[in-house]
Design a protein around this ligand. Structure first.
Ligand code: PEP
Ligand code: MN
Length: 335
């Protein structure tokens, strides 16, 4: 028929995305072709993000990021500062209950004079931390060259808020076979976030994780305004996993725990949190870093909220319901 198309193999189905305008052709022309299960109109503008069925993402350490499962916590320093401190922190975030280690090697900085990360050396430190703890690594890439460099070291490519609109970069990670954590840009609409995800999906990579990290509003008390309604909305629009970054979302360490709780309660599948042994001494984003001990409390909150919501028969634990209190305690001990 002279049409151009792109073949996208997702876990559940193979999609034949017709790139031309076919609005003048009746849908049954395609529906009748052998092997075609369904014809989807692309009028929503994000047909893949809206349709790809995600059974979740399983990492090498067995951690599983998926709707309805125990939310995963990804934690670590804003930027990798050195091998010893990173390894020490990795051990601590693991024992606090984190499932993945985050750490910036290439840092996008608003001010060009700020610390821009240790680059390749940081990637080597991250790989060493993974070797010692088995925690998969999440780290940001800002260009196609960095994707190539990071390939041997990272398990999840992070696309930072400032690069959500970098379509060539989105296509580049779309061609890789690693999961991509896509952060919402500072002033992106929910639809624009999904359209950015669509770029990655269209290249054949269905392992996209969406991340709400706060948007820019008139409020100045917090660094950004964490838009948890976007999490609830995304859950009605896509099956891609959604995680929340309360660190950049608030910019304030004393708000991280509350917003983590709220994120899990509104349906987030995971959290991305900045942690440091000595938060105030963090080279970057010191105001929002928390200690491994504080992280451990957040992980416990996450588990309790998850169980409480998953088990609707579970009554709020109070003195008059000792049986349910016991059940909550057993559930928490079980994990
Ligand atoms: C980060 O995760 O360290 C980061 C730079 O985040 P964002 O892109 O959301 O600002
Ligand atoms: Mn940061």
């Amino acid at each position: 028929m002279g049409l151009s198309f792109q073949l996208v193999k997702a876990e559940s189905h193979t999609f034949v995305v017709i790139v031309n305008d076919v609005s003048h052709l009746p849908a049954h022309i395609f529906a009748q072709l052998p092997g075609v299960q369904k014809v989807l109109a692309a009028s929503a503008r994000c047909p893949l993000a809206a349709t790809v069925q995600s059974a979740g993402i399983t990492f090498a350490n067995g951690a599983h990021l998926a709707e309805g499962r125990m939310p995963l916590v990804m934690a670590g320093p804003c930027s990798v500062e050195g091998q010893d401190s990173l390894v020490d922190l990795a051990v601590q975030v693991k024992s606090a209950g984190a499932s993945l280690l985050r750490g910036g090697a290439f840092k996008p900085r608003t001010n060009p004079y700020d610390f821009a990360g240790l680059g390749q050396a940081a990637l080597e430190h991250l790989a060493e931390a993974r070797r010692l703890t088995s925690l998969p690594i999440v780290s940001e890439v800002m260009s196609a060259e960095q994707v190539e460099i990071a390939e041997a070291y990272v398990d999840v490519y992070q696309i930072g808020a400032r690069n959500m609109y970098n379509y060539e970069l989105l296509k580049e990670v779309g061609r890789s076979n690693k999961p991509v954590l896509l952060k919402r840009a500072l002033s992106a609409t929910i639809k624009e976030l999904l359209q950015a995800a669509e770029y990655i999906l269209l290249e054949g990579n269905a392992q996209v994780i969406l991340c709400e990290r706060g948007i820019r509003t008139f409020e100045t008390h917090t660094r950004n305004t964490l838009d948890l309604s976007a999490v609830a909305a995304l859950k009605t629009m896509t099956q891609l996993p959604v995680v929340v970054d309360p660190s950049h979302g608030t910019g304030k360490r004393n708000l991280i725990r509350s917003m983590s709780r709220a994120a899990i309660a509104c349906g987030a599948d995971g959290l991305l949190i900045e942690v440091h042994q000595n938060p105030a001494q963090s080279i970057s984003d010191a105001e929002q870093a928390i200690t491994p001990g504080e992280l451990a409390e957040i992980v416990k909150d996450t588990q309790i909220i998850h169980f409480a919501l998953a088990d609707r028969s579970c009554q709020p634990p109070d003195a008059t319901t000792p049986a349910s209190l016991q059940r909550l305690a057993v559930s928490a001990a079980h994990i």
